[in-house]
Write a protein that binds this ligand. Structure first.
Ligand code: GLU
Length: 283
């Protein structure tokens, strides 16, 4: 068994991250497997080196030990570009020149699991117009979801303890695979890296369950193995809302500064016990 914890170094880790890391670590250790760390730092404008160091310090404080060196997505850009090239060669991606405002102005835009579905404006551009605009206009690359889903056929994954789930990538519309400001989207980078790292079990928060529709599709399109998934419950704050990076009181750094014992916290989280005032909302 190989599991991973994949923080984005865009802020301090909080109790929800600790819960995810503890579950992934303990699952690997219980099976005599490996627990890996990946730093999801493709977003160069938001990622900060100090948050990488802080995340590793937080994990060590929890008593978690990882195998090998953490892997940074920022050194894997060539692989993401190659995968995008493969999908382009299959005619499954297209450049999109729309701004956020263009998309927001499209009143008919329906909603999918992760917000507004792209209305498909740039899908209909001619090859000549694409070539001309690529040279001068900022653009992202989108997956032509109808074609991609047709090519992949019906897809499923195994959700630990719950059985088989049918993936519904079409519900997401033409998602972005490479952004204007970053060379790969979370979906593309995460799917490729889980495969490259040999991850067998993806444990992550229930807020990401819909992403698995897309990850399963990308696995199929790129000939990657699939993994078993477990989307665990989310820790909510005193206000009943799930924790966010801005909830400073729940940051692991502030708990540590307040004298909380990290190893004891990890034991509690593994057993599904959360500190007073917080709650665990199971999916
Ligand atoms: N960097 C992602 C996050 O923090 C990882 C998500 C995942 O585990 O796939 O949300």
């Amino acid at each position: 068994m190989r599991t991973r914890f994949a923080p984005s170094p865009t802020g301090e880790l909080h109790l929800g991250h600790a819960y995810s890391a503890v579950l992934a670590h303990h699952a690997a250790r219980a099976a005599g497997g490996r627990f890996l760390i990946r730093i999801d730092d493709i977003d160069g404008s938001r990622s900060r080196e100090e948050y990488v160091a802080a995340a590793l310090a937080d994990l060590a404080w929890l008593g978690l030990e990882w195998d090998g060196e953490p892997i940074c997505q920022s050194v894997r850009l060539g692989d993401y570009a190659a995968a995008l090239g493969t999908l382009r060669a299959h005619g499954l991606v297209y450049p999109c020149f729309c701004t956020r405002a263009d998309i927001a102005a499209s009143l008919s835009a329906p909603h999918g699991p992760a917000g507004a579905i792209y209305p498909g404006t740039c899908r209909h551009l001619s090859e000549a117009e694409r070539e001309r605009r690529i040279a001068t206009e900022p653009h992202c690359w989108r997956l032509d979801m109808t074609r991609a889903a047709a090519r992949a056929g019906e897809l499923q994954w195994e959700e630990a303890g719950q059985g088989i789930r049918v993936a519904d990538p079409l519900a997401h519309g033409d998602i972005i695979l490479a952004r204007k400001d970053a060379p790969a989207s979370y979906h593309l980078a995460s799917t490729l890296d889980d495969a490259m790292m040999g991850v067998t079990h993806v444990l992550r928060g229930a807020d990401l369950i819909a992403s698995t529709d897309v990850h399963r599709l990308l696995q199929a399109l790129l000939g990657l193995p699939t993994t078993l998934y477990r989307h665990h419950g989310l820790i909510c704050g005193p206000d009943g809302k799930r924790l966010a990076k801005r909830d400073a009181a729940a940051s692991l750094a502030s708990l540590r500064a307040a004298g909380v014992d990290g190893r004891a916290l990890a034991v509690d989280l593994a057993a599904g016990r959360v500190p007073a005032g917080y709650s665990l909302q199971n999916p």
